[in-house]
Design a protein around this ligand. Structure first.
Ligand SMILES: Cc1cc2nc3c(=O)[nH]c(=O)nc-3n(C[C@H](O)[C@H](O)[C@H](O)COP(=O)(O)OP(=O)(O)OC[C@H]3O[C@@H](n4cnc5c(N)ncnc54)[C@H](O)[C@@H]3O)c2cc1C
Ligand code: FES
Length: 255
């Protein structure tokens, strides 16, 4: 199945804590045809003039009929989305992007903030395949990770918080630097750009494989606007994060 474009009904949309929301939309076709690390665009321009452009969101869970997302209100698009109620419709298109490539190596999943979303989906997929793996998520404070409770039936994780209010005190990248990850590992990561930079550096130091999902702002998600360029590391030119990514080998991109 190709890209599905539809007006999807909101099933749930509520705040968990600290401006983090859970959104569930009815979209059986995308749910059945997507894979961990892929994303969809959500557009509200049929309801509001501003913003005209859609916003990208990674699936945190795909049930047989619905898609579940974690988002944080950071601007106008996410602010308007947070006002929508069950029964309202949002325009969506997807699934988009490449998703993660699951390898046989020892899997370590490192998520920061809402970057945990595609890793929850990946963790669920790895559990389905009977793969041993570790999921580690970081936030500034315990409230920033409260959304993980919504997924406790399917994923187990270790927490890092900057203020020590949940799990270990420190940055989520400390999990790698503290000697838990070696050359035998495959790291899968998503989160803020600074965190992904550090994860990439540490993976290179340890000699581990590393895939990062880059959440660069996107205007179309379909490869046509060229708004999501990511510089290539070892050659001239750019990747399009929406169609070549959003998941890249950390050695192949400059972030
Ligand atoms: C592939 C992909 C998957 C994503 N998945 C999720 C997700 O699961 N949950 C989620 O909450 N967000 C996700 N995002 C980011 C989300 O699309 C942006 O947060 C959203 O565009 C913000 O829209 P806005 O109108 O509320 O903010 P805007 O008004 O557009 O921006 C408000 C502020 O946020 C900053 N900002 C905007 N977009 C980003 C971004 N992508 N990264 C960092 N800062 C940004 C702007 O620079 C500005 O300072 C994803 C992005 C991509 C590309
Ligand atoms: S978002 Fe338009 S080309 Fe990537």
């Amino acid at each position: 199945m190709g890209v599905v474009l539809e007006a999807s009904e909101i099933v749930k949309n509520y705040e968990i804590s600290n401006g983090f929301y859970i959104l569930e939309v009815f979209s059986p076709d995308i749910a059945r045809s997507s894979a961990p690390g892929q994303f969809i665009m959500i557009n509200l321009s049929h309801l509001h003039n501003d913003p005209l452009l859609p916003r990208a969101y990674s699936m945190a869970r795909r049930t047989t009929e619905t898609l579940v997302f974690i988002y944080r209100v950071v601007g106008r698009g996410t602010g308007l989305l947070s006002e929508k109620r069950p029964g309202d419709r949002v325009h969506v298109w997807g699934p988009l992007g490449n998703g993660f490539t699951i390898t046989d190596r020892k899997a370590v999943l490192i998520g920061g903030g809402t970057g945990a979303a595609p890793l929850i989906d990946l963790s669920e997929e790895m559990s389905r395949r009977g793969m041993d793996h570790t999921l580690v998520c970081g936030g500034r404070t315990a409230g920033d990770l409260k959304f993980m409770d919504e997924f406790s039936d399917v994923v187990k994780y270790s927490a890092y918080t900057e203020d020590g209010s949940l799990g270990e005190k420190g940055f989520v990248t400390d999990y790698i630097s503290n000697g838990n990850v070696g050359a035998e590992a495959a790291i899968y990561s998503c989160g803020p750009m600074g965190m992904l930079r550090r994860v990439s550096e540490l993976a290179a130091e340890k000699g581990a494989e590393c895939q990062i999902s880059i959440e660069t702002p996107m205007a179309c998600g379909l490869g046509t606007c060229l708004g999501c360029a990511v510089p290539k590391r070892n050659s001239k030119g750019y990747y399009k994060a929406c169609t070549d990514g959003p998941v890249f080998d950390s050695k192949e991109v400059v972030i």
